[in-house]
Ligand binder design. Structure first.
Ligand SMILES: C[S@@+](CC[C@H](N)C(=O)[O-])C[C@H]1O[C@@H](n2cnc3c(N)ncnc32)[C@H](O)[C@@H]1O
Length: 231
């Protein structure tokens, strides 16, 4: 069986939020996305761990019925959230990714309330529209100032809860890339947050952090799932 490779259409060729915002607006990228990201056993395991962390965050909330899954991409978690009994709207800036999410054929996605093409920077939703915004595998593409603007938008449209995943700097990999990058060797240091950065960004957006859930083993995985509520 073909394995995910470096030449796959959905593998981004550049870093940076503006590039990523446009990159997924393509049928070939949307078509290849799930294969590239989730087909190998290791990636499937990561997927299971991420979903477990999201469920843990949700288990610490109260009163959540309606969820905005933003950006939903090809619907990786949209159907899973709906199957947990939530009323879910999947949203993404890319019409192509939304089309792919909506085309999942096996009926798994049928509890989904709908899909909405939207930019996370200016959501076309009223204040207090739903109970929770879930935002996964996105903030690592976005610079700190834009992240705060987006968190502000999430706070505005959510009556109370926001669940967002972040990438932090407390890993061996970060220390290595940082050290070599500073010496001008290897790639430039990864853009990752400290716990203080995280607290500051959420505070600036009017959100209080309720819990920071580690997705995987300390020092090896750089993923946190953060549960926050309106301050
Ligand atoms: C890496 S995917 C993640 C999707 C999904 N949450 C997942 O875990 O598979 C990133 C998605 O962000 C979307 N995106 C990029 N910029 C956006 C923006 N400003 N507003 C909404 N969606 C955006 C892209 O179209 C893409 O589908």
């Amino acid at each position: 069986m073909k394995r995910p490779g470096k030449d796959d259409p959905s593998r981004p060729r550049e870093d940076g939020y503006e590039y990523k915002r446009d990159f997924y607006r393509s049928d070939s990228v949307a078509e290849d996305y799930d294969f590239h990201r989730f087909s190998s056993p290791e990636r499937q395991k990561r997927n299971v761990r991420k979903w477990a962390a999201i469920r843990k965050a949700l288990s610490q909330t109260t009163g959540v019925r309606t969820i905005l899954d933003l950006p939903c991409g090809t619907g990786r978690f949209t159907g899973a959230l709906a199957r947990e009994g939530f009323e879910v709207v999947g949203s993404d800036i890319s019409h192509e990714m939304l089309k792919k999410a909506a085309s999942i054929p096996d009926g798994k996605q049928k509890a989904i309330y709908g899909y909405l093409q939207a930019n996370a920077e200016h959501l076309p939703l009223r204040t207090d529209s739903l109970d929770c915004v879930v935002c996964i595998r996105f903030m690592m593409h976005v610079d700190a100032a834009t992240r705060v603007r987006m968190l502000n938008e999430f706070r505005r449209v959510s009556r109370r809860w926001v669940i967002v995943d972040y990438r932090h700097k407390y890993t061996f990999r970060y220390v290595l890339t940082h050290t070599f990058g500073k010496l001008g060797l290897g790639r430039s240091p990864l853009d990752r947050v400290s716990r203080e950065d995280l607290e500051q960004e959420f505070r600036d957006a009017g959100l209080s952090i309720r819990s920071v859930i580690r997705v995987s083993a300390p020092l090896l995985s750089d993923k946190w799932v953060v549960l926050a509520e309106r301050a």
